[in-house]
Design a protein around this ligand. Structure first.
Ligand code: SF4
Length: 233
């Protein structure tokens, strides 16, 4: 019987990315293969922070939480792709659009998922790690984007930026992304200023500069974390 460590299942409003403002049911998995220094779901990083649940339990909980304004079910974490088989099974048993929030570094796992509707895929920067960044991270993220585009799954990239993010590094990264993704599809990049927003009080100009740099190569939007303003989960 398939089981996965779950931290929580709850209904709320999506606070990030292109589906911001949409009512979703969130299934938060425990465990992550990365260790970003800005992580705001630190409780989900360790697989030990979750409780093992079955597919039946999760499907039942999702059905209980359904509301008329529901847009989709968000599989989030931690890194939900550590449990790709489990997610596939849940998706096959619910008749609700699905949304995956992933760091994109596990392309073989993302390849297992066929029935996803939307994906938010993080692009990590070197400064997101204290000392364990590897170029393989970007290569795997690009591989994942291409797998999703080949399957015609709606994907966008999310880039968390910090007030001291390095502009030339961002430009090189976006150039690589632009060059290496499948050319026949559009890809948007959502800049997400790291929270709390007070960190940006003296540095808002940098956000415009980052947007202009990315805009040279790709469609770009800047969206802060709405749920932090609304003080909801
Ligand atoms: S990938 Fe996401 S969940 Fe994992 S450590 Fe980084 S920010 Fe946290």
């Amino acid at each position: 019987m398939l089981e996965a460590p779950i931290v929580e299942i709850f209904s709320s409003i999506q606070g990030e990315g292109l589906l911001v403002g949409r009512r979703q049911i969130f299934v938060r998995f425990a465990g992550c293969n990365l260790d970003c220094n800005y992580c705001d779901t630190a409780i989900s990083k360790s697989s030990e922070s979750g409780t093992l649940k079955t597919v039946d339990y999760v499907v039942c909980k999702i059905n209980e939480l359904k509301t008329d304004d529901l847009h989709s079910v968000s599989f989030t974490g931690g890194e939900p792709l550590l449990y790709a088989d489990f997610i596939n099974e849940v998706i096959s048993q619910i008749e609700i659009p699905s949304f995956l929030e992933t760091n994109g570094t596990l392309p073989d796992e993302i390849n297992k998922l066929d029935n996803l509707d939307y994906v938010s895929l993080d692009i990590k920067l070197e400064e997101h790690f204290n000392n364990n960044y590897s170029k393989k991270i970007l290569l795997n993220e690009i591989k994942s984007v291409n797998i999703l585009m080949d399957k015609s799954i709606k994907v966008y990239c999310k880039l968390v930026v910090l007030p001291d993010s390095n502009l030339s590094r961002i430009e090189n990264l976006v150039k690589t992304l632009k060059n290496d993704i499948n050319k026949n599809q559009d890809l948007s990049v959502v800049i997400q200023p790291v929270s709390p927003i007070e960190l940006w009080k003296d540095d808002k100009k940098i956000l415009f500069e980052i947007s202009e740099i990315i805009g040279k190569y790709m469609d770009v939007l800047t969206i802060p974390q709405l749920h932090k303003f609304m003080n909801i989960e």
